[in-house]
Design a protein around this ligand. Structure first.
Ligand code: PLP
Length: 390
């Protein structure tokens, strides 16, 4: 068979499998141990009531001959897209309905959008970052260049005068570091992209976690972004939709005279048949005042955990970033090696986190903890951390 040879170039994705296997081996050896999981980036709180009720109503509609619906629009129902346009308007970002595309999640959007770009386009990816950007471009055979995040730049790398790329991925607030771009730094990327006639693929999956009022939630809060940036968003972490599935992508018509927007609609009408009606009704409810209040309560609960982790690390004198504007805490491993720190935390404190090495070369020496647990468990984990001999 003529298989896609690019798959052979993918690095073995053993990160979460290895984390799970080491944790399982420990649990098998010490069955009485109470392991606290602060590793996987999945939410733990249930879907908000407003969305659940909307989902029930929509399911009833589907079971009734008068209200049943079949295939929906490729780009999503207007009732939801209108809510998304209103959500952006609250930040003074003016969108046209035709610039909003609903999907079943951000992962498919950050990779699917690549269909619109040349296979020889050069891709720029910050390191460390969400591994999907790299792997989906490796599968397509594109050349990838990296910009390094580090302590000196606060894990918020900037373009230099030598930066050359056609596709630029940015993720803010970042997974795994939790670092978020301010306006000035984001403007540097927007200006660079416009200068290079490149596209920015801006992953804003964690925008709802931003606490600092001075930080932009959307790249369109930056002048000139409407000419170069596609924004990808998700209700996964915002509203606990990881198992429900709903995302949306903004493709401004000002990019390439509307060509990119038209190409995506053409692509979706070929490869996609629209997100579920029931889920879109649930998402619509998330954007109501009641829904917003309810999801904010959940996100605040995660942020309380993150604040506690950050406070504890500060007291212990451990360098870290993230937490304030994100569900992730990115800390410097005392001792350096991130897998050695993983083993130490597991063996001596029964805490499971994620070694930074799994997120790129610059991730080595660092470690990700997530706020997706109960306050009780997070507090217990932090008490154990305080007692740990580093
Ligand atoms: N983008 C980032 C940065 C993520 O961390 C994740 C999930 O962890 C996703 C996208 C995927 O989101 P979704 O569940 O909407 O596919």
């Amino acid at each position: 068979m003529k298989l896609n040879g690019n798959f052979a170039k993918l690095k073995e994705s053993y990160l979460f499998a290895e984390v799970a296997s080491r944790a399982a081996a420990f649990a098998a050896k010490y069955p009485e141990a109470e392991i606290i999981k602060l590793g996987i980036g999945d939410v733990t709180l249930p879907i908000c009531k407003a969305a659940v009720e909307a989902g029930k109503r929509a399911a009833e509609e589907m079971g009734n001959a008068e209200t049943f619906r079949g295939y929906g629009p490729y780009e999503g129902y207007d009732f939801l897209r209108e809510k998304i346009v209103e959500y952006y308007a609250r930040r003074n970002v003016k969108l046209d309905l035709s610039e909003v595309f609903v999907s079943e999640g951000a992962k498919s959007d950050v990779s699917g959008i690549l269909d619109l770009f040349d296979e020889n386009a050069k891709v720029l990816v910050p390191d460390p970052v969400y591994p999907v950007y790299v792997d989906s471009n490796v599968m397509d055979g594109r050349e990838i260049v990296y910009v390094g995040g580090n302590e000196k730049n606060g894990f918020l790398p900037l373009p230099s005068k030598d930066t050359r790329a056609d596709i630029i991925y940015l993720c803010s607030p970042n997974n795994p570091t939790g670092a978020a771009y301010d306006r000035a730094r984001l403007k540097a990327w927007v200006d660079k992209a416009n200068e290079l006639e490149a596209v920015i693929l801006f992953d804003a999956a964690y925008e709802f976690f931003i606490s600092d009022d001075n930080l932009p939630h959307s790249i369109y809060e930056i002048e000139g972004a409407e000419k170069c940036a596609v924004e990808i968003c998700s209700l996964s972490k915002t509203a606990g939709f990881t198992g429900v599935r709903l995302g949306y992508m903004i493709i401004p018509k000002a990019i390439e005279g509307g060509k990119l927007n038209a190409m995506w609609l053409r692509r979706q009408s070929t490869k996609y048949n629209g997100a579920s009606y029931i889920i879109q009704r649930m998402a619509e409810a998330v954007f109501t005042d009641e829904g917003m209040k309810q999801i904010k309560a959940n996100v605040d609960a995660y942020k309380k955990n993150a604040a506690l982790m950050s406070d504890t690390l500060k007291k212990l004198g451990i360098w870290h970033t993230g937490g304030i504007n994100s569900p992730y805490i990115w800390l410097k491993c005392p001792g350096g090696d991130s897998w050695a720190f993983f083993d130490k935390l597991l063996n001596e404190a029964q805490i499971v986190g994620t070694p930074g090495a799994g997120f790129g070369l610059n991730g080595e020496g660092y470690f990700r903890l997530t706020a997706f647990n109960t306050f009780e468990n997070t507090s217990k984990a932090m008490e154990r951390l305080k007692k740990l001999k580093m």
